[in-house]
Design a protein around this ligand. Structure first.
Ligand code: TMP
Length: 215
């Protein structure tokens, strides 16, 4: 694949959406061709799925964890084929707010569906086109890490709080520990960045890591 695929991961309030936008702005300013996207979402189908998962029709609508898993995978399958692969094939840099790691950690670990089984299913959803067995994997993943209580406190000022933001402290702690352990197992791909510091310092660290990938 000609382009570069960079994903952002982290718990709620870790600042990944802000940092992704800042990196995108910086890269565009330096003449790179960039696509900024997110999961769930990134396509019309994906956005409809996002709405269903994060803001179900009624607060009483409990989504079964298995149903939730398939919805995330459905959004991803559409996103990969409609947006990500064409952009990478055209040589662009794709910045994606969450990808397969989120499914392994949120559904596999925090919801307890089994990291191993979810990873297999996520791999199946990320097979690229007719080249059976060729997986779409990020070239680089930026894991924005923050203590759960600080992340949750940051959410307080937000206009939009979703169904998952409202999960228990234990759920969010399980997500954080799951991501940190995944990063230990994938040290070449996943770069952990502490975001309990100045916004600009985080952006500078991200820029250094991304420049190393692009050079
Ligand atoms: P965000 O846009 O604030 O990151 O919200 C997306 C939420 O969806 C976030 O709480 C993480 C969750 N999520 C999963 O549980 N599994 C997934 O596969 C993805 C992509 C997101």
């Amino acid at each position: 694949m000609k382009g570069h695929f960079i994903t952002f991961e982290g718990g709620e309030g870790s600042g990944k959406t802000t940092q992704l936008a800042r990196l995108g702005h910086d890269l565009l300013g330096r003449g790179y061709s960039v696509v900024q996207t997110r999961e769930p979402g990134g396509t019309k189908i994906g956005d409809a799925i996002r709405q269903l998962i994060l803001h179900p029709p009624s607060v009483d609508d409990d989504i079964d964890p298995m149903a939730e898993l398939f919805l995330y995978l459905a959004s991803r399958a559409q996103h990969i084929r409609e947006i990500i692969l064409p952009a990478l094939q055209a040589g662009k840099i794709v910045l994606c707010d969450r990808f397969t790691d989120a499914t392994i950690i949120y559904q596999g670990k925090a919801r307890g569906l089994s990291e191993k089984v979810v990873a297999q299913m996520a791999r199946y959803a990320a097979q690229t086109g007719n080249q059976k067995g060729v997986l779409l994997k990020p070239d680089l993943t930026l894991l924005l890490d923050l203590e759960v209580k600080v992340g949750i406190a940051r959410l307080k000022g937000r206009k939009e709080i979703n169904r998952i933001d409202k999960e228990t402290f234990q759920f969010h702690e399980s997500v954080r520990q799951g991501y940190l352990s995944l990063a230990k197992r994938n040290p070449r791909r996943i770069h952990v960045i502490n975001t309990n510091t100045r916004l600009q310092a985080v952006s500078e660290e991200i820029r250094e890591v991304v420049d190393a990938l692009l050079s």
